[in-house]
Write a protein that binds this ligand. Structure first.
Ligand code: HEC
Length: 151
């Protein structure tokens, strides 16, 4: 009767399986953190400036000298921080593959964003930029232009 015991009732080699699990865990952690740092490097280009926030002091000053404009600039800043900063840098100075836009006149920024929003091909990397412009309202574009012109 003992001979017919099912195969999985027999004692299994334990240590081997656990060691393999640990190796996998270490591998996943190593690859994971490697990818994390590589992405961080690409996005932030090792630039300490990139990790800072926007220049709030300047905005606060504008809030007392030109409050109406400051409202648009602040709205543009919020949008810029969430949709544009990743590619165009905190200061609008661009990156390896993205153009600098800091300090460009409002009219120019408005025209460019409308062109991208319309789906027209502009430069070789239009496909990267166009989806971000596509979701902007006229109001967003005006606010972004106000903010970018102050960078
Ligand atoms: C995924 C990266 C990415 C994001 C996010 C992004 N852009 Fe761009 N942007 C680009 C690239 C790349 C170009 C150049 C495209 C081309 O070759 O036509 C560009 C071009 C531009 C230009 C024209 C610059 C020039 O010199 O012709 C403006 C203005 C601009 N972006 C503003 C913005 C604003 C405002 C946002 C946020 C709503 C934004 N971008 C989000 C990548 C991005």
């Amino acid at each position: 009767m003992k001979d017919s015991a099912p195969i999985d009732a027999l004692p299994q080699p334990q240590g081997h399986g656990n060691a393999r699990k640990l190796i996998w865990l270490a591998l996943v952690l190593a690859v994971g953190s490697g990818v994390h740092f590589a992405l961080q490097g690409i996005i932030q280009s090792g630039d300490a400036e990139m990790r800072k926030g926007p220049d709030l002091a300047r905005l606060e000053k504008m809030e007392s000298t030109d409050p109406a404009r400051a409202v648009r600039v602040r709205a543009g800043m919020v949008k810029y921080e969430s949709s544009c900063r990743l590619c165009h840098h905190r200061l609008g100075i661009g990156g390896k593959f993205t153009p600098a836009i800091a300090g460009r006149p409002e009219d120019w920024v408005i025209t460019m964003l409308e062109v991208y929003r319309s789906g027209s091909q502009v430069g070789p990397l239009t496909n990267l930029m166009a989806p971000w412009a596509a979701e902007l309202s006229d109001e967003d574009i005006g606010n972004l232009a106000a903010y970018i012109s102050t960078l």
